[in-house]
Design a protein around this ligand. Structure first.
Ligand code: PHE
Length: 338
């Protein structure tokens, strides 16, 4: 290699301009290999010192040493500058605005059964009823005996009822909301206008149309001069409010121990009759068991399943959707939660 002043100046100028042109630490790393490291022209010039004439060696060594020091200095300065630039960019890119609203807790939604319960409650409260609740773990006397359901009635058999051990406890998971009728009549004097929504239990397998835990809404009216016409008018109003204007009900003779006469209620929806629940005039024996004077008062009662109401109202075909509690299902019913 020819070593002269101009050659060293050229090596230095090349190195400095490459260093200055570096835009990033990555680029600078390449430049280091090419212009600063052990195999760079300036390093090789230094190694070549041994081969030049002894009298020129000192001056040339000084020139190379100075050039090398300049290159190293320029490199160090550039590295500092680019490191600072990288750090400040990272800081601004990765900045977290702690004042931004967090989206970590997605909003829940009210279950459609809750929405329906609220809707029915509002409807009846608007007509002067009160909402009454009772325990789900119920005295068997209130669930059966007081409702005139005899000891040998099929509803009592092990197949339908969840009994609580020991059997002598006299407790069951209520099989319907009708025991709330008795509780209400024991605690209040007529006139009574109540609606009793709540969870009920029967030993069914969960499938597309059954669930062992389901919801009913019970209605009870006890007043002077109450007739079946009042019952029918109430059911028609109820159906129209829940399923849409013009939807009517029909009642078919049936049997319940706690009503006399008793009927099944159907409603007419989308061109067909759909079973909705049971109803009737409160059996005198039931009124008497609750201490109500049957010479003065009569009453009606009705009870419907809320899951069934929901399925028909919204075209839900699988009970699993209702019981599984997936919030994506619930969100479809227009409640963003509270
Ligand atoms: N409790 C009855 C049932 O669960 C429904 C019903 C309520 C019938 C009130 C008549 C009066 O099947």
């Amino acid at each position: 290699m020819s070593l002269d002043n101009a050659g060293i100046e050229q090596i230095k100028a090349d190195a400095l301009s490459a260093i200055n042109a570096s835009q990033s630490l990555d680029e600078l790393r390449e430049v280091k290999i090419a212009h600063v490291g052990d195999r760079s022209p300036i390093a090789r010039a230094n190694q070549g010192l041994a081969e030049i004439e002894i009298e020129k060696r000192a001056a040339m060594g000084k020139l190379i040493g100075t050039a090398r020091a300049n290159i190293n200095q320029a490199y160090d300065d550039k590295e500092k500058e680019l490191t600072a630039l990288r750090d400040s960019r990272a800081l601004s890119n990765e900045r977290v605005d702690v004042t931004l609203a967090s989206n970590r807790n997605p909003r829940g939604a009210l279950h459609p059964l809750t929405l329906l319960t609220n809707e029915i409650s509002d409807l009846f409260v608007g007509m002067g009823y009160t909402v009454q609740e009772g325990p789900e773990l119920e005295a068997s006397w209130l669930n059966f005996d007081a409702l005139n359901i005899a000891e040998d009635h099929p509803a009592r058999t092990m197949q339908d009822t969840f009994f609580i051990e020991p059997l002598s406890s006299g407790l069951v998971m209520r099989t319907h909301t009708s025991p709330v009728q008795i509780r209400t009549m024991l605690e209040n004097e007529p006139p009574i206008y109540v609606i009793c929504p709540g969870r009920t239990y029967r030993a069914d397998e969960l499938d597309a149309t059954h669930t062992p835990v389901f919801n009913q809404v019970e209605g009870l009216v006890v007043d002077k001069g109450i007739t079946m016409a009042h019952l029918k008018g109430t059911l028609d109003h109820f159906a129209a409010k829940i399923f849409g204007p013009g939807v009517t009900t029909r009642i078919r003779p049936s049997f319940f121990p706690f009503t006399e006469p008793s009927a099944e209620v159907d409603f007419f929806y989308n061109g067909r009759w759909v079973e909705w629940g049971g109803c009737g005039m409160v059996n005198r024996k039931v009124l008497q068991a609750a201490g109500i004077d049957t010479e003065i008062y009569t009453g009606f009662a009705f009870g419907m399943g809320l899951e069934r109401t929901l399925m028909v109202k919204y075209g839900i075909t699988d009970m699993h959707d209702i019981v599984e509690g997936d919030v994506r299902f619930s969100r479809q019913f227009g409640s963003g939660g509270r």
